[in-house]
Ligand binder design. Sequence first.
Ligand code: SF4
Length: 426
Amino acid sequence: METQVNPLKMTDKLPLFVNKFWRDVWDNKRDGRIVAWCSGAGPFELLKAMDIVVVWPESYGGLCGVEGIGTEQCQRAENVGFSPDLCSVIRSFIGVVDGIPPVDPATLPHGGLPKPDLLVCKPFCPGIYRTWERWSRQFNIPLLVMERPRWHDRLSKEEIAHFTREGIEELKDMADVLGKFTGRSLNYDRLSEILALEREAAKLWWDIIGMCRNVPAPMSVFDAFTHFFPFVYLRATQEAVTYYRELKAEVADRVANKIGALAGEEKYRLYWDNLPVYFKIKEHRQKFASFGAIPVVGNCLYYIGFFPDEDSGNPLETMFELLFYHPSNRGLKGRIDFITKQIEGYSLDGLVMQRTRTCLAVNMGQDDIAEALVGKTGLPAVVVEGDLCDERLYSSAEFNKKIDGFMEVLGQEGQNRRSVSGKSMA
Ligand code: SF4
């Protein structure tokens, strides 16, 4: 029932920004500019600074999930021989690119993905690396790989300094290779401008999600999952800054006027772990709202707009720090500490741990994180099974049953459950 939630006005503006991004991509492709496919966590700033058009296939896979065509694309990828255990975001964009039977691009969102001239990847998960490697052979185009050491919990200052020096050298080497490929050299001022725009948009984004500490929350996690798309597509652009300034103004206005994202009383405020189930965002928003419940914070929201606090003044060092210190690149203790810090002040009543069946990278350590969060916060937790794009791996009946039971627990424990010791419903 749509009346249970108050949609943000910016939601109507979102397609304008996203459509313009894709129009520009295709116009640039037609004009003969170099197009690179970059993995989500890849060093895209370098590409932009060298006037290369960047497309993120993982985001496109996620979009297929949102549009409800993810399962179909996954099946196409499986027909080529890919395992159904492979991440459904990856299978979605493989299905789009070279699945069997081939798909008519005219039926795809934004006409599909323009063929790349170059591939750039940071192998965050093995599936991404193998896919980029395969496409490099298939399209007969260069593949550049940015290695990134893990920031594990016991690294010494000397080791971090060593990794930083190595990372900067690696980025310089990459810039040299790109220079030979494009015939242009890296403009460091342009790179600094790009990073400054990215930093500004990230700051705005963290301000926006931070405002959800207010009661009532002006925005839910599900709203935020919708509005982080500009951060993904329009990364490091003036458009992203403009978008988030407008969104921040609307969210601040809601806070000032005590307008919540829920239309009715806000009874339970929840933490959401992991990405959304892309094809069920609307349904999940309504499911929680029907109990007067609202997920108000999630780890991935803080992952999206992560940017180091200090500006080193060296753009390549900043780029390395972005990759190295990113919360998803930390050891288990580092991730637990990061999440524990970010969820402070949200007046939470419970934790919802969404287990994405085919994303091993984000799921890794999730049980330990859940246990630690329950221990540290004293909040009850529930684990729900989901997936990003493959509807065959999701059961509404199972999800609803878990949430119904969890809401019953929250109801029984009363409003002041933060003071009692936690328990977990697996
Ligand atoms: S496995 Fe996880 S991290 Fe890797 S592409 Fe899929 S969703 Fe992203």
